[in-house]
Design a protein around this ligand. Structure first.
Ligand code: PRT
Ligand code: ZN
Length: 225
């Protein structure tokens, strides 16, 4: 891995995690000067810079060594971790801390006419999801054979379109499921925003900066709990 003396944090540019993520970094003592393209923000107080990206890109940026920390949903991190595992590899990133915002769950939801008793009710069904690795892993653990239909968005309308028998999607309030006449029947994962880091320690000054930052972050998180 290339040696660097400044730390780089990846966070979501705009979306559900961006505001609370920025707020947490500010309370941990980080200040950034925004650049013209607003993607790279230079750290003014600490040697810590910020890269604003799509949430899905965050684990990859850590894997490539482009960023050293990331604020991302556990659902995204675990999905990409499982992709490595399913290829027989070890994921080069890990969850370091849970951050207490962006809470949601990855859940199975069925149309009203679907009779669900337990996971065996899913045998032979088509399940639409944007989280194929997490869903396949769960099905395997339940010893259920079902077809995973991968969709990048609008998962909740897949049953109405005849593309799937049920869905596996993120739920927070449940309003989206209700609006689509879907009923939640099982939770696969409880998720929230987490601090992601490389699986291995960094071998230069950055590890010292990480350790100092984590100490401050823990202080902020403790006050909140
Ligand atoms: O552009 P980019 O790729 O960065 O953003 P994105 O659109 O992929 O992500 P975004 O901002 O929607 O979500 C970022 C993260 O927020 C997710 O990865 C989760 O960790 C977390 N999060 C928390 C949620 C929700 N709550 C949530 N409710 N992510 C998505 N949803 C969606 C869900 O997919 C469904 O469509 O909201 C709908 C359900 O919400 P309710 O309230 O109706 O149940
Ligand atoms: Zn995304």
């Amino acid at each position: 891995m290339k040696q660097r003396d400044r730390l780089r944090i990846a966070a979501q540019k705009s979306g559900r995690l961006s505001e609370a993520g920025r707020d947490l970094m500010a309370r941990s003592g980080l200040r950034f000067r925004e650049s013209r393209d607003r993607l790279f923000c230079y750290g003014e107080v600490e040697p810590v810079d910020l890269l604003l990206v799509r949430d899905d890109d965050i684990p990859g940026l850590i894997a490539e060594g482009v960023c050293d920390l990331g604020i991302v949903g556990r659902n995204v991190l675990l999905e990409q971790q499982l992709e490595y595992v399913q290829r027989g590899e070890v994921a080069p990133f890990q969850e370091l801390r849970r951050l207490g915002f962006g809470r949601c769950r990855l859940a199975l939801a069925v149309p009203s006419e679907f009779v669900y008793q337990d996971p065996t009710s899913l045998a032979g069904c088509r399940i639409a999801t944007s989280y194929p690795a997490l869903l396949s892993d769960w099905l395997r653990k339940q010893d259920v054979q079902a077809e995973v239909v991968t969709l990048s968005g609008s998962v909740e309308i897949a049953p109405k379109l005849g593309k799937a028998d049920l869905i596996c999607d993120l739920v927070s309030t449940g309003a989206t499921l209700a609006a689509n006449q879907l009923r939640e029947v099982a939770t696969l994962l409880e998720s929230e925003a987490v601090l992601a880091a490389p699986a291995e320690l960094m071998l230069d000054d950055r590890q010292t900066i990480v350790d100092r930052l984590i100490k401050r972050l823990d202080g902020v998180l403790q006050v909140r709990d």
